[in-house]
Design a protein around this ligand. Structure first.
Ligand code: GDP
Length: 346
């Protein structure tokens, strides 16, 4: 095969040792879209894949657990992950990695969360790794290569991967499609609020966690939990191994974290033992491949000179109704492909 550079080999070994700087560097590499990085990234990933797919000597090595968290801003996602992560590290012997994705993706400029010190204590815990969100700027497109970042974390020995959705996105589907379990955090609030949570998200949810179940909010939290329980009962089941549930916690007092975790473990066990987890991850990998193909093609298409020359006029005509959208799309695609065939190389 291919010759692996010393730099890549060193990075690989650093990741396997769980060296944080190597983990950060490796994630930056796999997230990069620069052509020079792509080659090195692919080398690193194939080394990691070989390693991860090898049956481990200690048969007891547990299957990692990838959990995605979403919820409206202010619900307490950061507070919850900080509390829950520390609790898992301190009492359950888990090793946690926290990644963030921005499903809205199109945001530019300073992200509101960018400068916030996220999960202060967890990020300093020995058995945790918190991927800092870049200050200012985007998180690099729609969860670009988050699957690969997850792989890096798992190779580094993190058995529990939290993927937090930051930003208010419509593309929640993509987050749900990168994790084993999709968790929606909600505040204690009345039925009206429940209406506000998009049905589309509810249909993807494996677990609803009502946060802030403390003090004056506690009784409201219990009512909210009941509301979600009944709402979940009317949704079509995602798979035959799990019925979505609702639980409640206080991230401030840590109340309910233990039962929240038991529920999660129950889910994980059901998915692992039925073989559904491996099947689900397999399907996710295939969809990730097609997403990347789609992104890459659209990117190239938009950068193409031929298309650029054509786009303005065609958009005008589509806008005014002179040309049908489908017809314009065909024209753009044909011109792009024609041009690609001629190609710069050959
Ligand atoms: P995010 O925007 O979803 O990340 O929310 P934050 O984690 O920044 O929390 C928003 C606010 O809710 C903060 O003022 C937190 O202190 C508060 N908060 C978070 N969790 C709890 C909780 O369990 N109980 C109470 N009472 N407040 C909480």
């Amino acid at each position: 095969g291919q010759v692996i550079s010393k730099e890549t080999r060193d990075l690989y070994e650093g990741v396997l040792r769980g060296n944080r700087r190597s983990v950060s560097k490796a994630i930056t590499l796999v997230e990069s879209s620069l052509p020079a990085h792509r080659a090195q990234s692919h080398q690193l990933l194939s080394l990691l894949l070989q390693r991860l797919s090898r049956p481990s000597r200690t048969a007891s090595r547990r299957t990692s657990f990838r959990i995605g968290f979403t919820g409206p801003p202010g619900v307490g996602k950061s507070t919850f992950i900080e509390a829950f992560g520390n609790w898992l590290v301190e009492t359950q012997n888990r090793r946690i990695a926290v990644l963030a994705v921005d499903p809205s993706s199109s945001r530019t400029g300073g992200s509101i969360l960018g400068d916030k010190t996220r999960m202060d204590k967890l990020s300093r815990a020995e058995n945790a790794y918190v991927r800092p969100t870049p200050s200012g700027g985007t998180l690099g497109g729609v969860a670009r290569n988050t699957q690969e970042a997850i792989m890096v974390c798992e190779a580094a020995g993190y058995d529990t991967i939290f993927v937090e959705s930051v930003g208010v996105g419509q593309s929640e589907v993509i987050l749900a499609d990168m994790v084993d379990m999709y968790v929606l955090l909600v505040p204690p609030a009345g039925g009206d609020e429940l209406q506000g949570i998009k049905r589309g998200i509810m249909e993807l949810v494996d677990l609803v966690v009502v946060n802030k179940a403390d003090g004056e909010l506690e009784s409201q939290a219990i009512r909210t939990q009941t509301d979600y329980r009944s709402a979940l009962m009317y949704l079509p089941p995602l798979n035959k191994y799990w019925r979505p549930r609702a639980t409640r916690v206080s991230s401030l007092s840590r109340a309910g974290l233990d039962s929240c975790w038991s529920t999660m473990l129950e889910f994980h066990r059901a998915m692992v033992e039925s073989g559904e987890l491996q099947r689900k991850r397999g399907r996710q990998n295939v969809r990730a491949m097609w997403r990347q193909i789609g992104d890459e093609l659209i990117g190239r298409l938009k950068r193409s000179n031929v298309v650029e020359g054509l786009m303005g006029t065609l958009e005008d005509k589509v806008r005014s109704g002179e040309v049908a959208a489908g017809r314009a799309a065909d024209v753009i695609l044909e011109r792009f492909l024609e041009d690609e065939w001629k190609g710069p190389v050959g």
